[in-house]
Design a protein around this ligand. Structure first.
Ligand code: SF4
Length: 68
């Protein structure tokens, strides 16, 4: 069973390492200041595993993938 997932970002915690964007560039982007953002908070079908992997790899724990 798979429900919709969404990404919650703690921008204050993001240090711009870009690990999330390397792992899942379709989901996580870095803005001009090197802070992570997403173009849409809901994780598209098929990107669930990579979105989770990218969030879990964040050294700052700035990303959470949660049930929408
Ligand atoms: S891995 Fe974490 S600290 Fe690095 S850019 Fe992504 S959210 Fe920011």
């Amino acid at each position: 069973m798979s429900g919709k997932l969404k990404v919650v970002i703690d921008k204050a915690a993001c240090c711009g390492y870009g690990v999330c964007a390397e792992i899942c560039p379709d989901m996580y982007k870095l803005d001009g200041n090197g802070v992570v953002y997403v173009e849409q908070e809901f994780v598209p079908d098929g990107l669930e595993a990579l979105a989770r992997e990218g969030a879990e790899a964040c050294p700052q724990s700035a990303l959470s993938v949660v049930d929408a």
